[in-house]
Design a protein around this ligand. Structure first.
Ligand SMILES: [Zn+2]
Length: 161
């Protein structure tokens, strides 16, 4: 898969725009509760879910932000991960993104075999049946921002080999 490459603006120190912490909350989450950034300007965004409109809105905010902005994403895993994936094109690196996932809620499992995304509310460490190839997948807490989900792999790969 080919992604549009967009080099992040390099800091010349003179760009206008917001610099600080951008807190993004989905659903009932409250990213602004993460208060370890005293003295830093904050911008709070709140969306019902990570729908295309919300993601476009978020990208627009980031496009007007300066280099060095920090992003905090809070909410159900599926929403948070959709957002994390969407902002990847904005040039933010992992160190600039803090993910505060709800413990429960739907997660997206990306099948390593057929590349189908399966949404599940199963907990980490349990098995999920891939909607694409019906492989029984297991997944860890390794979230891949590149695919916008958790990487799933065959739960019985060793036995099948
Ligand atoms: Zn699959």
């Amino acid at each position: 898969m080919r992604t549009a490459s967009q080099s992040p603006a390099t800091g010349t120190g003179g760009e206008p725009g917001f610099r600080g912490v951008i807190s993004v909350s989905f659903g009932a989450a409250d990213a602004s509760a993460d208060h370890d950034a005293d003295g830093v300007s904050r911008q709070d965004l709140r969306f019902a879910s990570a729908n295309p409109e919300a993601l476009a809105n978020l990208r627009s905010v980031l496009a007007h932000s300066r280099v060095g902005v920090r992003l905090v994403l809070a909410g159900p895993p599926a929403d948070v991960h959709a957002a994390a994936s969407a902002v990847a094109v904005c040039g933010l690196v992992d160190e600039e993104i803090t993910i505060l996932c709800d413990e429960v809620g739907p997660r997206v499992i990306f099948c390593g075999h057929c590349h189908t995304s399966t949404t599940t509310d199963h907990a980490i460490g349990t098995d999920v049946v891939c909607q694409g190839c019906a492989t029984t997948l297991t997944f860890t807490d390794h979230f891949s921002r590149r695919v916008g989900g958790y990487l799933g792999f065959s739960a019985h790969a060793e036995e099948a080999a």
